[in-house]
Design a protein around this ligand. Structure first.
Ligand SMILES: NC(=O)c1ccc[n+]([C@@H]2O[C@H](COP(=O)([O-])OP(=O)(O)OC[C@H]3O[C@@H](n4cnc5c(N)ncnc54)[C@H](OP(=O)(O)O)[C@@H]3O)[C@@H](O)[C@H]2O)c1
Length: 261
């Protein structure tokens, strides 16, 4: 059956790779993020002979037009089978140097914008018999890590929200999947905020040498298809999730000595 998939943060990186991966199975796509032109480029790449691709620009930091956007999407599609909450930004600054404005900005985008959009789409999903709701968290949603306290906090918060949503709607055929990527090769660190609230424009060597976004997207699509509740995707950095969970003393020995970039 042809699926309809709504992806936030679809203009680049993992979101773009997800759109391309779903297009391979001819899925209909709704592509969201701030940059309309970049979304249109992705949309073109995802167009097949029989799918519908709709660009729905939005800013996760400004929910004032979310209802209007959802009405426009509803006029184009009967249902959304899969919502992938992928849009987000990061941070590269020490706790001591990070002003509250930066903490709040990260929460506005990564957490409040994401949950607001989800809360407005959820009733539609319920009306149409359910669907999959995916949150792209991070391994930083499983443990804290230097230079990204606020980012890690937003990604932990997503776990609390989406696991609860999944439990509340298990009987309604809503399936939630928490995705925890490790280091994925995208430009994500470029848009990370520094202690002045400006973008760093720096490529982290860790991300530059990370897993290709296409492989990450392939594994996310597979996990969603199998209704997995949680998936960890990346290279050897994923070991840290196991250490944190099962060998915390080892985690605390290793983590302070890893280059945070
Ligand atoms: N790369 C990694 O190693 C890694 C690891 C763990 C988790 N993740 C998560 O993966 C997700 C995607 O990141 P990525 O690595 O693919 O980096 P990316 O290429 O920078 O993608 C981030 C996406 O979020 C969108 N976005 C940023 N601010 C937004 C806003 N205010 N409103 C709406 N959309 C916004 C961006 O589009 P616009 O600029 O057009 O708005 C872009 O499409 C993020 O949630 C990130 O936390 C990435």
């Amino acid at each position: 059956m042809q699926k309809t998939v709504w992806i936030t943060g679809a203009s680049s990186g993992i979101g773009e790779a997800l759109a391309l991966e779903y297009a391979k199975s001819n899925a209909n796509l709704i592509l969201s993020s701030r940059k309309k032109e970049a979304l249109e480029v992705v949309a073109k790449k995802c167009q097949t002979s029989s799918n519908k691709v709709f660009v729905a620009p939005l800013d996760l930091a400004d929910s004032s037009n979310f209802e209007t956007i959802i009405s426009k999407v509803r006029s184009q599609f009967d249902r959304v089978d899969i919502l992938i909450n992928n849009g987000g930004i990061s941070q590269r600054s020490l706790v001591l140097e990070t002003p509250m404005e930066v903490d709040r900005r990260l929460f506005e985008i990564n957490y409040f914008g994401t949950i607001h959009l989800t809360k407005l789409i959820l009733p539609w999903m319920l009306e149409t018999g359910g669907g999959n709701i995916v949150a792209i968290s991070s391994i930083s949603g499983k443990f804290g890590f230097p230079l990204r306290a606020s980012y890690a906090a937003t990604k932990h918060a997503l776990f609390g929200f989406f696991e609860t949503l999944g439990l509340e709607h298990i009987k309604d055929n809503i399936r939630t999947t928490m995705v925890c990527p490790g280091r994925i090769k995208t430009n994500f660190s470029l848009s990370a905020l520094n202690s002045k609230g400006e973008t760093t424009n720096e490529m982290d060597p860790g991300l530059a040498n990370g897993m290709p976004a296409s492989i990450c997207a392939h594994r996310i699509v597979k996990a969603v298809r199998k209704n997995k509740r949680e998936v960890w995707i990346g290279g050897k950095e994923i070991l840290m999730v196991y250490f944190h969970k099962y060998l915390p003393w080892l985690f605390w020995k290793i983590a302070p000595n890893i280059d945070p970039k």
